[in-house]
Design a protein around this ligand. Structure first.
Ligand code: 3IO
Length: 341
């Protein structure tokens, strides 16, 4: 009886193994499957870069790693991705730092009006800053890459031709970029990009402050026919990974992910800069949008009114134990280096 039971048990174990092999591991299937949460719609640049990263990872690991992508807040939304990734509801997630005021006292320096003219230079400078400082604010996650949007501009339903026109206007932004709007006399309404289409539709806001590629990708050109050029601050992003998921990866995969960090930052910046041009051409063609430029005098006022935000940032950074002056000096050096390229 005992003997029979043992053999039966062994068969049962074998049967379970056979079932596992058949159901979960068809020939050539991935050993590792990772979920990747993203908040905006699939067409937008954070999701385009996500698909590019997935492709590169699957190629470079010869299919050993499979990345399951979830665009459009289908796994985690804009404001719960940070917590969701830390808790393991997704292995990887995309966050816009400006949606978390006070949480990133160091990297939020990139939300300031520092004069970056492209997403490429800002993305490379942001990645350099991250690598140099390895900031405390990210210590609970693994940062896979970082990048920035292109400089921000005003996209509005009615034209902003002078700084007078912006007074009291409800405009969507986030983080320090909302403070930029406030210092210009607008009424900022902070919300994630993923909530903006509805807010524009309902009239909760009269426009937004972000990079121009959304005119096409979110069809904002249809509702915001006036685009006032300010070339203001960028929005910094981070792609974060759950620490346990990261620690469980084999060394060869970790190396592939690490090697992709800077490359992905640059790829995304370059994609964004090209896409801003495509989006403006498309918006002129399809909706006849008007590009408005402010006078030199108004641009000077913009610089003067937003300058105190840099001092504010430095004070908050110092309070968080960061050498704000050193960070600003490093970012400015990186800006000059990458803008010259
Ligand atoms: C952005 C965020 C999501 C999708 C497309 C985008 N283009 C520029 C941004 C930055 C921004 O405005 C934001 O809210 O993070």
């Amino acid at each position: 009886m005992i003997r029979t039971g043992k053999i039966a048990g062994m068969f049962a174990v074998l049967a379970i193994f056979a079932a596992m092999l058949c159901s979960a591991a068809p020939a050539g299937a991935a050993d590792i499957s990772l979920s990747y949460a993203n908040f905006p719609p699939a067409k937008t640049f954070p999701c385009v870069q996500m698909e590019r990263w997935k492709q590169e990872v699957e190629k470079r690991t010869n299919g050993k790693v499979l990345v399951q992508t979830y665009p459009g807040s289908t796994l985690l939304g804009a404001k719960n991705t940070l917590r969701g990734v830390m808790q393991g509801q997704a292995d990887i997630g995309c966050i816009s730092l400006a949606y978390h005021p006070g949480v990133f006292p160091l990297c939020s320096v990139f939300e300031l009006p520092l004069g970056f003219t492209s997403a490429t230079s800002a993305s490379l400078a942001l990645w350099d800053l991250y690598e140099k400082y390895q900031p405390e604010e990210f210590k609970k996650v693994k940062v896979l890459t970082m990048f920035a949007s292109a400089p921000s501009n005003l996209m509005t339903k009615t034209p902003i031709r002078t700084l007078e026109d912006i007074k009291g206007m409800e405009l969507r932004a986030s983080g320090i970029l909302s403070k930029i709007l406030e210092s210009l006399g607008a009424t900022p309404v902070s919300m994630p990009m993923s909530a903006t289409p509805e807010a524009l539709q309902k009239g909760v806001v009269k426009g937004l402050f972000s990079s121009f590629e959304v005119l096409k990708d979110l069809n904002f050109a249809e509702i915001c026919r006036y685009e006032t050029v300010t070339n203001s601050a960028v929005y910094p992003f981070a792609i974060i990974m759950n620490m346990n998921s990261w620690n469980a990866l084999p060394d060869d995969v970790k190396k592939i992910f690490n090697d992709l960090g800077r490359e992905q930052a640059e790829w995304t910046g370059q994609y964004m800069d090209q896409h801003v041009k495509d989006s403006l051409d498309w918006s002129k063609e399809k909706y006849g949008i008007e590009l408005v430029t402010l006078s030199d005098a108004d641009m000077k006022i913009v610089r003067e009114k937003t300058m105190p935000l840099i001092e504010d940032w430095k004070e908050k950074a110092t309070a968080a134990g960061i050498d704000g002056a050193a960070v600003l000096t490093d970012v400015e050096a990186a800006r000059q280096k990458y803008e010259a390229q």
